[in-house]
Each structure stands twice: as structure tokens, then as C-alpha cells.
Write a protein that binds this ligand. Structure first.
Ligand SMILES: Cc1cn([C@H]2C[C@H](O)[C@@H](COP(=O)(O)OP(=O)(O)O[C@H]3O[C@H](C)C(=O)[C@H](O)[C@H]3O)O2)c(=O)[nH]c1=O
Length: 151
């Protein structure tokens, strides 16, 4: 796993009324502070990425549908430099992904319905100067192809 990335298995508590699932707690080891909470979604087949941040840690959970979330470590002094991690996150695999600054991340909706991500980053979004750096999803030097792998 890429250095600094953490995965927390989330527990779904179902009953006859519906479901409840905790996502991020202030007493989790991965909690590094609260910036804001927001939702972002992708329609089936859409890739959103690549992004990275210089200061912000992301804490992402997929609460509807399924996303393929891919991380790439290009950090010069990282012991896992060059590594790519792929996670299938969502209703069939409820997890919280903790992503450190400078780790590239992106996601593709692999479900037949819109997939919904809840992100709880450590920083507020700065409209004038977002801590948000982007690389084209397909034309780049990142060793990852977003196509579905049939087998
Ligand atoms: C993050 C954010 C964005 N915006 C605006 C900026 C754009 O006009 C619009 C869409 O944002 P963006 O294209 O950045 O959305 P995503 O591609 O889903 O990416 C966002 O969510 C993924 C998971 C990331 O990891 C990104 O860092 C984060 O920016 O919402 C806001 O107004 N407030 C916000 O807090």
C-alpha cells in the first residue's frame, strides 16, 4: 500500500428501518482535523481525476454505487514511489480511504448507477486559490489505464 494511505473498513448496521454507517470519527487514528464535508458523484463510466493536494488529506467513502478509486505515488522521497493502488469502494465494499497530500487520486464510476462519494478533507476549499492540482485523466505519465479489464 502507498505510504501514508490508510483504509478503514466501515460497518453497516442494517435493521428493518434502513441502514446506518459511521464514516469518520475524531477518535480514529487517521483523523487529522476537520475542514469540511462534501459530496461528489460520477455517472456510470465517468473518470474524475487526476487530482492531488499540497496540504490537504482526503477521507473518502462511497455511500452509493461503486467506484474504482485509484491512487498513484509520485513523491520523490516516498518508499512506495511509483506504486499504484486500486480500490473498489462502495455499497459492496464500504471503506474509508485516507489519502495524504501529494498522492495522485482519481475515481471511475463502475456501477450502473451514479456513484456518490462523501469526502471529509482536512481543509476548507479555498475558492480563490484551491489546494487542487490536476493532471489529465488519460494523457499523462501516470502508469495507469482507466479501461475496464475484462477476463
Ligand atoms: C471541492 C470543491 C469544489 N467546488 C467546486 C469547484 C468546481 O466548480 C466544482 C467541481 O469541483 P471539482 O471539479 O474539483 O470536483 P471533483 O472532480 O469531484 O473533485 C473534488 O473531489 C475529489 C474527491 C477530489 O479529490 C478533488 O480534490 C476535489 O476537488 O465544485 C466547490 O465549490 N467546493 C468544494 O469544496
Amino acid at each position: 500500500m502507498i505510504d501514508g494511505v490508510q483504509v478503514k473498513k466501515l460497518r453497516v448496521i442494517p435493521d428493518e428501518r434502513g441502514r446506518l454507517m459511521e464514516i469518520l470519527r475524531a477518535d480514529d487514528g487517521m483523523f487529522k482535523g476537520f475542514g469540511q464535508v462534501y459530496m461528489t458523484t460520477a455517472y456510470p463510466g465517468v473518470v474524475k481525476g487526476w487530482h492531488y493536494h499540497k496540504k490537504q488529506y482526503d477521507n473518502m467513502a462511497v455511500v452509493k454505487g461503486m467506484m474504482k478509486i485509484v491512487l498513484y505515488d509520485s513523491r520523490e522521497n516516498s518508499p512506495t514511489r511509483g506504486e499504484v493502488n486500486v480500490f473498489f469502494a462502495g455499497e459492496y465494499n464500504p471503506v474509508l480511504l485516507h489519502i495524504p497530500p501529494f498522492v495522485y487520486h482519481g475515481f471511475k464510476c463502475v456501477s450502473t448507477e451514479e456513484a456518490i462519494v462523501i469526502n471529509t478533507p482536512t481543509e476548507v476549499y479555498n475558492y480563490g486559490e484551491p489546494d487542487e492540482f490536476r493532471v489529465h485523466p488519460h494523457n499523462n505519465d501516470i502508469p495507469y489505464n482507466w479501461d475496464r479489464e475484462d477476463g
